[in-house]
Design a protein around this ligand. Structure first.
Ligand code: ADP
Ligand code: MG
Length: 244
């Protein structure tokens, strides 16, 4: 049996008694690469936060690495890039290396320096490791935060709209890195994205959320589904299914 990295069962999340995520059930196995898409406000970020235990669901259960969320403590196995880094004050006087250093798990800290250097190298930002985070451009900061999510060599990587602030060249390199981590190291990836035109080149599964799951499965199934084409119209289905 392949390792079940995430299982969500009958998950619902409400804010002030209004449902943001409703009756969501799905599971991911090791080395799945899921594109999580859906309109603005469809509950993508909320679903991710509930899966990572950052907000309490109204109903339902989550398992991470086959352990009930409440009993799961191996957070060094998970890398997370939030959509908005509200906890990060950009004027906080710390360097890029220090940002990564604070994220290294004590379990892995034997090779702390090597881990930091590897993450910097993966994002091609070794040359700015000594700079203050507040002195960087938005795109450079985003690369630092992606590097931070990678610093513990996570087995599960959850990225909430990581490419929103980065330039096209960096984006291509970033997708290449994700593919490499996914294929060569079996990293399981959930990528929230609006890049519906290109997500099919990288991910092997599509989760289309609109509070409820509209579709979860392979791109082949999505593209063959007459129900999906009746729901989205053949034109939108074509955008997701078109591969270069
Ligand atoms: P997405 O990431 O798909 O854009 P979100 O998960 O951010 O969607 O939001 C889903 C819905 O929940 C939206 O209607 C949003 O306004 C609402 N929402 C998100 N966060 C909060 C919050 N902290 N308090 C109240 N409502 C929220
Ligand atoms: Mg969001």
């Amino acid at each position: 049996m392949p390792l079940e990295v995430i299982r969500a069962s009958d998950l619902s999340v409400t804010y002030n008694s209004v449902a943001a995520v409703k009756d969501v059930s799905f599971s991911l196995i090791r080395a799945d690469f899921v594109g999580l898409v859906g309109p603005n406000g469809s509950g993508k970020s909320t679903l991710i936060k509930a899966i990572l235990g950052l907000i309490k669901p109204f109903r339902g259960e989550v398992f991470l690495f086959e352990k009930k969320l409440e009993l799961f403590h191996e957070w060094h196995r998970v890398g997370y890039l939030p959509q908005r880094l509200t906890m990060m004050n950009p004027n906080f006087p710390c360097t890029v290396r220090e940002v990564l250093s604070m994220a290294v798990s004590p379990i892995a800290s034997k090779n702390k320096t090597a881990m930091i250097e590897q993450a910097l190298e993966q994002l091609d930002i070794g040359d700015i490791g000594h700079k203050l985070i507040g002195d960087l451009s938005g795109g450079q900061q985003q690369r630092v935060f992606i590097a931070r999510a990678l610093v513990n060599n996570p087995e599960l990587l959850v990225l909430d709209e990581p490419t929103a602030a980065i330039d096209p060249e960096t984006r291509d390199a970033f997708y290449k890195l994700l593919r490499e981590l996914n294929i060569n190291r079996g990293v399981t990836i959930i990528l929230v994205t609006h890049d519906t035109g290109t997500i099919g080149e990288h991910a092997n599964k599509l989760l289309y959320l609109d509070k409820e799951i509209i579709f979860y499965g392979s791109f082949e199934e999505f593209c063959k589904s007459e129900y999906m084409s009746s729901l989205f119209g053949p034109a939108s289905q074509h955008i997701i299914c078109h591969k270069h």
